[in-house]
Ligand binder design. Structure first.
Ligand code: AMP
Ligand code: MG
Length: 292
């Protein structure tokens, strides 16, 4: 990174390839084989993380602003980050420390918990559609429509033939989004059962973390194998060429944050953004201002 022939546009030296090469789900990948302690593609160390993250947060913020600026000039594209993971995987930390580096003006955040009565009265994509990012925005889904094939499948909240039909339906829904100019970055965050226990214990030890704790988290934790199966089906059936899943190991928060930050930067760079040109005569305006 310190080599002078690299522009800030380049991937930091600590990454051996763009993270998506390491993290993209490939047909045949097995959830049971994921090592949540791993740091795929990262050759640096934890000590590099604070500085690197600050630097890449700035890069991300610059691109985000350019996306937003473009929309003011008529560009209708947007980005949607989908975060899925079990409790304590670190979804909130991504929102706070990664997306939080951006300008709130261009961020559309939505979290999806247990549906309200009103939401239940509608199709499961109803609340999702309402939360999609407008033109120029980055949308962040803290949980998503995938809950409707995860917790819903694990607990059989609807009959099997109903959740079964959702995989294809979700693919069609995402295809429609991509075709209308929304780039989708899907991230499945994996924390180990041991690490989850440690993080839940910390929540119970710290009054400033009680708000994140939910007694139901333990019930879901006891269904880990069923969740692994549901996550496997989700990855197998909804990782498409237009909206692939990324598998991010999350036992090391510094790694998961750097990796997801880099996935966002990569996606924004693919937009090939530029600052919108002035729609006024700059020189004439300078002259007018000088004598105003
Ligand atoms: P949290 O993200 O910690 O606030 O927890 C939200 C809870 O709501 C999680 O247990 C989710 O699995 C659950 N949830 C989210 N979406 C749905 C859904 N469509 N049906 C049932 N439960 C859901
Ligand atoms: Mg929770």
């Amino acid at each position: 990174m310190s080599t002078s022939d690299k522009s800030d546009d380049d991937l930091p030296a600590q990454w051996s390839h763009e993270p998506h090469h390491h993290l993209e789900f490939r047909s045949g990948d097995k959830v049971v084989d994921i090592d949540p302690d791993a740091t795929p593609g990262f050759t640096g160390s934890k000590r590099d993380a604070p500085e690197l993250q600050a630097e890449r947060n700035t890069r991300f913020a610059g691109l985000q602003e350019m996306l937003y600026a473009g929309s003011r000039a008529g560009d209708t594209r947007s980005l949607l980050l989908v975060l899925q993971g079990m409790d304590t995987a670190g979804k909130g930390g991504i929102v706070k420390h990664v997306v939080g580096a951006g300008n709130p003006q261009g961020i559309r955040y939505a979290s999806f918990g247990k549906p309200t009565e009103e939401e239940l009265a509608h199709h499961y994509l109803w609340r999702i559609r309402k939360a999609l990012p407008p033109a120029g925005h980055i949308g962040v889904f803290d949980r998503s429509h995938y809950e409707d094939v995860l917790i819903v499948r694990v607990h059989n909240l609807v009959p099997p033939d109903v959740w079964e039909a959702r995989y294809d339906e979700i693919n069609a829904f995402e295809k429609e989004l991509v075709d209308s100019g929304t780039k989708i970055v899907k991230v499945a965050m994996f924390v180990s059962l041991d690490e989850q226990k440690r993080r839940l214990a910390e929540r119970l030890d710290r009054p400033d973390k009680f708000w994140k704790y939910n007694p139901g988290d333990i019930d879901e934790r006891l269904l880990w194998p069923q969740y692994q199966e549901a996550y496997q089906a989700m990855l197998d059936r909804t990782s498409t060429d237009y909206a692939p899943w990324h598998i991010v190991p999350c036992n090391r928060k510094w790694y998961s944050r750097l990796a997801i930050l880099e996935l966002l930067i990569e996606a924004l760079k693919e937009f090939d953004l530029s600052w919108p040109p002035a729609d006024f005569d700059v020189e004439a305006e300078k002259r007018r201002l000088a004598s105003a």
